[in-house]
Design a protein around this ligand. Structure first.
Ligand code: DGL
Length: 270
């Protein structure tokens, strides 16, 4: 299949968390067009089985491919852990996920070789981060903390309220105990509460998916000669499987850029 450099880039997540990746992509690649899908009706991904997440990821990728995308970004750690390999084998365009760039950055960043992870239950259970960090430096002491309530509290509650602040304090306690100097934010929802996390983990470097991945996407498109010329400003559009008005309100708050109309679509209805 011939991939056109003028095609958009497809991005998906279980909801609004992937917008923390999209905003880095919009800044790193201002000339590109993007189509974003938030699977809000199926949120949260963190408590679903890998098999079910794979089915969902396939349906969403088919929808993105129907929009003629030239590259797919899985802007969700949980979906990356469950479906990256499968989508890379099945899709006719490159598929990139979060996780590998952060694991690499964490190993390069740590000075005391103690690295922490905050992520969903599904991501921690997959063991992917621990394997990736170990592949870069088997001597790193790795401490993971599953945070089952954090992404739902950010997406469905008040992300900047007391409940989230209390959750953050509780979830980081084992990382403080383990004396980590570097923490991977292994869920794309967490950078939304970056300030709470930084306050709860003073002196610790936080590794975020968006920044690392945006660099890799730009490099990958450049190497494949698929980057658009810089003489234009790209467009971006949004769809979600749940309530579009709710997505638009929350999304605009997280993205800090205009969102426009949000289309509603059920990926498993084709
Ligand atoms: N944003 C997703 C991730 O990066 C997780 C949130 C969820 O549980 O759906 O893992």
């Amino acid at each position: 299949m011939d991939i056109s450099r003028d095609a958009p880039i497809g991005v998906f997540d279980s909801g609004v968390g992937g917008l923390t990746v999209l905003d880095e992509l919009l800044v790193a690649l201002p000339a590109e067009d993007f189509v974003y899908f938030g699977d809000t009706a199926f949120f949260p991904y963190g408590d679903k089985s890998p098999e079910r997440l794979r089915e969902r990821a396939i349906a969403i990728s088919d929808w993105l491919l129907g929009h003629g995308v030239k590259l797919i970004v899985i802007a969700c750690n949980t979906a990356t852990a469950a479906a990256l390999d499968h989508l890379q084998r099945a899709c006719p365009v490159p598929v990139m996920g979060v996780m590998a760039p952060e694991a690499h950055a964490a190993v390069q960043t740590t000075r005391n070789r103690r690295v922490g992870l905050l992520a969903t239950v599904a991501t921690v259970d997959s063991g992917s981060y621990s394997r990736m960090v170990g592949a870069h430096d088997a001597g790193v002491e790795f401490t993971s903390v599953a945070c089952p309530e954090l992404a739902p509290a950010i997406q469905d509650g008040d992300p900047f309220g007391h409940e989230v602040a209390d959750l953050v304090r509780g979830y980081v306690a084992p990382l403080r105990e383990a004396d980590v100097d570097t923490v991977i934010l292994g869920c794309t929802h967490y950078p939304v509460v970056d300030k709470l996390l930084r306050r709860a983990l003073p002196g610790v470097t936080l590794i975020k998916s968006g920044e690392e991945l945006a660099r890799e996407v730009a490099e990958s498109l450049a190497r494949r000669e698929l980057l658009r010329g810089a003489d234009r400003e790209g467009e971006y559009s949004f769809a979600c499987s749940g309530d579009p008005a709710q997505f638009a309100t929350l999304g605009a708050r997280f993205l800090q850029m205009p969102l426009g109309d949000v289309l509603q679509h059920d990926p498993e209805e084709g």
